[in-house]
Design a binder for this molecule. Structure first.
Ligand code: UDX
Ligand code: UDX
Length: 470
């Protein structure tokens, strides 16, 4: 039996930070240390002003206030933390490989491998290493091989490797962590699995804990994300049929969602899924399938990603068409840059590609978001500028950030609603009707507004998936 008194988590990101905060809250007798190579991030996690935490999640700052300094610390002292730890969570990022074998599909494992090497060198006694990051199937074998080679011939050094994927969704991370649908523990060492199980028992009932072998656990995480993403691509593909035929996607989603076999969740059509996981995890599945010669399987899953890119392009094309095919000298207000509400995360946000395309058309775009900062938006628009016209330089003449929603909208020719932030539901459209250029268009990609209210004010509205508007 293993006794767990000190836990280290490598990676203080959107997963590592909130996850360890909830662990620390529910396990007051265990000491947690979250370490990261990014000093700036650690400083932000330690910031006295809780509005400066690097991750925004409803309910997170309250927990941080409770546990920080009590049994949770954030530091850059990786070596010391690894040495003390009885259990180490690997929660570093695993982006898609940019070059070489599997480029564009499989994950870049350099950071996971480097974590394993450091753990192998530094850890003392028995250490349970837990994969928290979502990883390609069989990564646990890589971690094991590296750890085993370092344990060779050294007394008092041994390891167990577990897979314990995180299913939290950003924006609801705290409630997902406090009351998950299930917790998956994959492994082949019963004692190590029991040790992790017992930690979760502090706040999660035993019937929610599922045990599998390592590979099932790794594959289950990829599959869960692929299924969720597939539902979104399915409903988005039907949204285009609705627009063509006069059907309404919300009526269709409601009707099919009442079938208990289908279920009502994850049927909201929109500008396409974003976030750091869906695209990356499906592409990993594509790569895995191709590796095993399952080309039809690879094509099937790849189409989920293709529909998603198509949906983003479709939204941009509609905007251009409705605005007479010309965006030069037009101001377009973009409402929402985060990939979903209640997060400051912009990774893979549909807003990025849509904004770049609008800039290419010569539009002036005024961007508002509730939590994303000007600096982050700027970095996103400049990052991978490939689709930006070569001569286009981002400067004050073609874009601005507005922290006030109404300043973003003022004098615009069109508003594009891209993130479903609650404040966008309460926009004073009467004010808008008096302060914009006519003919004005509202492009609502999240079904946030009542079309009639807009039309009664003499404004035009296009709602994604609502065919009655054509
Ligand atoms: C997520 C999930 O962990 C993973 O499952 C998913 O596949 C992609 O990313 P997330 O927490 O959202 O991770 O990523 P991020 O916010 O980028 O945080 C990762 C952190 O790890 C960063 O702060 C980075 O500085 C840190 N890191 C990375 C290390 O501390 N050491 C390294 O060697 C590499
Ligand atoms: C997802 C998974 O839900 C989570 O279990 C996993 O651990 C990480 O990946 P996340 O990406 O944080 O979580 O958010 P999620 O709520 O799944 O939304 C992903 C994207 O899908 C967002 O862009 C969202 O707007 C979009 N979406 C979601 C829709 O367009 N329609 C829906 O019905 C649901």
């Amino acid at each position: 039996m293993y006794s767990i008194k000190n836990i280290c988590c490598i990676g203080a990101g959107y997963v590592g930070g909130p996850t360890m905060a909830v662990f620390a809250k529910n396990c007051p007798d265990i000491k947690f240390e979250v370490v990261d190579i990014n000093e700036e991030r650690i400083v932000a996690w330690n910031s006295k002003d809780l509005s400066k935490l690097p991750v925004f999640e409803p309910g997170l700052s309250e927990i941080i206030e409770l546990v920080r300094g009590r049994n949770l610390i954030f530091s850059t002292n990786l070596k010391n933390s690894i040495r003390k730890a009885d259990m180490i969570f690997i929660s570093v990022n695993t982006p898609i490989k940019k070059t070489g074998l599997g480029a564009g599909e499989t994950s870049d494992l350099r950071w996971v491998e480097s974590c394993a090497r450091q753990i192998g060198q530094i850890a003392e006694n028995h250490t349970i290493v837990v994969e928290k990051s979502t990883l390609p199937v069989k990564t646990a074998q890589t971690i094991k091989d590296i750890l085993l080679s370092s344990e060779c011939g050294i007394k008092n050094k041994s390891f167990s490797v577990l897979s314990n994927p995180e299913f939290l969704a950003e924006g609801t991370a705290i409630s997902d962590l406090e009351a998950p649908d299930r917790v998956l523990i994959g492994g082949d060492d019963n004692h190590a699995m029991k040790a992790l199980n017992d930690i979760y028992l502090n706040w999660i009932p035993q019937e929610k804990l599922i045990f599998t072998n390592l590979w099932s656990s790794e594959l289950s995480k990829l599959t869960a994300n692929a299924f969720l993403a597939q539902r979104i691509s399915s409903i988005n593909s039907v949204s285009a049929i609705c627009e063509a035929t006069g059907a309404d996607i919300n009526e269709v989603a409601n009707a099919i969602g009442k079938d208990l076999r289908i279920g009502s969740k994850f049927l909201q059509s929109g500008p396409g899924f974003g976030g750091s996981c869906f695209k990356k995890d499906i592409l990993n599945l594509v790569y895995l399938s191709k590796y095993y010669g399952l080309n039809e399987v690879a094509d099937y899953w790849r189409s989920v990603v293709e529909i998603n890119s198509w949906q983003q392009t479709r939204v941009y094309e509609v905007i251009v068409k409705k605005l007479f095919g010309n965006l030069a000298n037009k101001k377009i207000a973009i409402l929402g840059f985060a990939f979903k509400k209640n997060t400051n995360d912009t990774r893979e946000s549909p807003s990025i590609e849509i904004c770049k395309n609008l800039l290419n058309e010569g539009a002036f775009i005024s961007i508002h978001d509730v939590k994303v900062t000007e600096d982050i938006i700027k970095k996103n628009l400049f990052k991978n500028p490939s689709i930006l016209n070569e001569n286009l330089k981002l400067n004050k003449s073609n874009w601005e950030f507005q922290s006030n929603l109404y300043d973003a909208i003022k004098n615009s020719d069109a508003v594009v609603l891209l993130t479903e932030w609650e404040v966008y539901k309460d926009i004073d459209w009467d004010w808008v009707s008096k302060n914009v250029r006519k003919p004005f268009w509202l492009f609502d990609t999240r079904s946030l507004v009542k079309a009639k209210n807009i039309q009664n004010l003499g404004l035009n509205i296009w709602q994604l998936g609502n065919g009655s508007m054509n």
